[in-house]
Design a protein around this ligand. Structure first.
Ligand code: NAP
Length: 481
């Protein structure tokens, strides 16, 4: 059967062109689909279309926009099983992980659909007689959304839904490694009856399309999730035009394990956060900082548990960890493993690409643990974005906190402890946007702000009520009666 071709979607039309392949990283003979590689002109057309659609969409009552977003959620829900399988095929994470992510995307659409009935704005008493004064939200305009491959449906959902409910029109540029899930959201938007031009989709090279997007005169804002390097470039370009910008980027997330931690839970949380989704979560734990008193016992249990993880094709039952997303990411993982071998010696488990049998079909790698890692070592400082965990020793809580914060990143941070005071001290002192107590460092919900601090993020937070701040502006009105 020929592989399906997924066109770009501009001004309500499917737009054809040269294509690129989207392959399953667990089995590269599985061609998920071919996607049209958008040109700079396609991107400019998409922004123009979004600009033309803006007046009518932003004038539509917000509850009516919400009703359409509910229909998008319904459309995604009808394809729940198909979408989950497609997500696993294009990104590699296990089917249960994909199901969780698809469910989250559906819930995000419902959450922001409901915001259409609220659109809260302050009404306050005037100091003056017979003056009524209030502030109401207004859209910012055309918004460009650039998304990464690692949460290929949740991240497009958590950018598109708040942008749309606030009355903006959007152009989405998904990651080239996993564009299908975002395409499915766009398909659901079309089927839900969202008018032409309101949602536009342009897949293709980030370099080409990014330049064209940022130069498009009608663009008013950019929301980007991805690597620090691209984020920095976008920030510099957007500043020249005073575009509103939101950047969510890398991390080097610590997990502190204190001697009083609930032991089994701490082991499980660390393994989950470090290795599930092949360590390819921005909030994954990549440094576990263990208090001296339990260091040896914790390390032994961690290695024993990690060795039991099953790596394989995420579509198969019983698999814990899928492949690296592509050959380049696999090579990055292996390169850091070689650096770590030189810096801290042999890993306690893992350290190799998995080969033989079905492993030869994809980009599989063993979950890997290095112990005795110190603060100056490369694997304690640089984001790897793979299943490679650095174990570090701390004298006590204060030392652990210092090590955890001694990093330019600040996305997520976790602590495992049964001491309530320590938990609160951690909350006070941790230099990160997302804090977890007795939980894995990864695993967030959509009802609260999401984002980091320090070099991990820039601009207003995503998700929850915070998302409304990025995607809307204020009109303040004074009325004499
Ligand atoms: P990436 O290489 O920066 O790509 C992200 C997106 O930017 C892709 O759509 C990419 O397109 C596009 N892009 C590439 N060059 C561009 C340019 N010059 N201008 C505009 N767009 C450009 O990141 P990734 O490898 O997909 O994702 C991994 C990174 O994302 C990690 O650092 C991870 O920590 C971070 N991340 C952060 C969060 C968070 O919330 N903080 C969440 C998830 C991931 P192409 O695919 O065509 O290159």
């Amino acid at each position: 059967m020929p592989s399906p071709t997924f066109h770009n979607y501009i001004d309500g039309q499917w737009v054809a062109g040269a294509t690129f392949e989207n392959r399953n990283p667990a089995d590269t003979s599985d061609l998920v689909g071919e996607f049209v590689s958008g040109t700079a002109t396609d991107m400019a057309d998409a922004v123009d279309a979004a600009s033309r659609a803006l007046p009518a969409w932003s004038a539509m009552p917000a509850p009516s926009r919400g009703a359409l977003l509910h229909r998008v959620a319904d459309g995604l829900d009808r394809k729940f099983e198909q979408l989950s399988e497609e997500l696993t095929r294009e990104e590699g994470k296990t089917l249960p992980e994909s199901k969780g992510e698809v469910r989250r995307a559906i819930n995000i659409f419902r959450y922001f659909a409901a915001e259409g009935n609220r659109m809260p704005g302050p009404v306050v008493p005037s100091e003056r007689d017979r003056i009524h004064m209030w502030a109401q939200r207004k859209p910012i305009g055309v918004v460009g959304l650039i998304t990464p491959w690692n949460f290929p449906i949740a991240i497009p959902a958590w950018k598109m839904a708040p942008a749309l409910i606030c009355g903006n029109t959007v152009v989405i540029k998904p990651a080239s490694l996993a564009p299908l899930c975002a395409w499915r959201i766009v398909e659901a938007c079309r089927e839900a009856g969202i008018p032409k031009g309101v949602v536009n989709f342009v897949a293709g090279s980030g370099g080409t399309l990014g330049k064209s997007l940022i130069a498009a005169p009608a663009l008013r804002a950019v929301s980007f999730t991805g690597s620090c390097g691209v984020g920095e470039w976008l920030h510099a370009e957007a500043s020249k035009r005073r575009l509103r910008i939101q950047l969510e980027m890398g991390g080097k997330n610590p997990a502190i394990v204190l001697a009083d931690a609930p032991f089994e839970l701490a082991v499980e949380n660390t393994v989950n956060a470090a290795f599930f989704s092949t360590g390819q979560k921005c909030t994954a734990t990549s440094r576990v900082i263990v208090e001296d008193d339990i260091y040896d016992r914790f390390l032994a249990a961690l290695v024993e548990r990690t060795k039991k993880l099953k790596v394989g094709n995420g579509l198969e039952a019983g698999i814990d960890i899928g492949p690296a997303v592509d050959e380049a990411q696999l090579e990055t993982d292996l390169r850091y493993i070689e650096i770590a071998r030189k810096e801290s010696g042999k890993p306690l488990c893992g350290g190799h690409r998995l080969t033989g049998g079905d492993y030869d079909k994809g980009y599989f790698i063993e979950p890997t643990i290095f112990a005795g890692v110190t603060e100056k070592m490369t694997i304690a400082r640089e984001e790897i974005f793979g299943p490679v965990l650095a174990v570090m020793r701390a004298n006590d809580f204060e030392d652990a906190m210092r090590i955890a914060n001694n990093i330019p990143f600040g996305l997520s941070s976790s602590i495992q402890t049964s001491n309530l005071s320590r938990a609160f001290e951690f909350v006070q002192q941790a230099e990160a946007g997302m804090l977890m107590v007795n939980l894995p460092s990864a695993g967030v919900e959509y009802q609260l702000p999401f984002g980091g601090s320090k070099e991990s993020s820039f601009g207003p937070k995503e998700q929850g009520p915070a998302a409304m701040e990025f995607y809307s502006d204020w009109k303040t009105i004074y009325l004499k009666y």
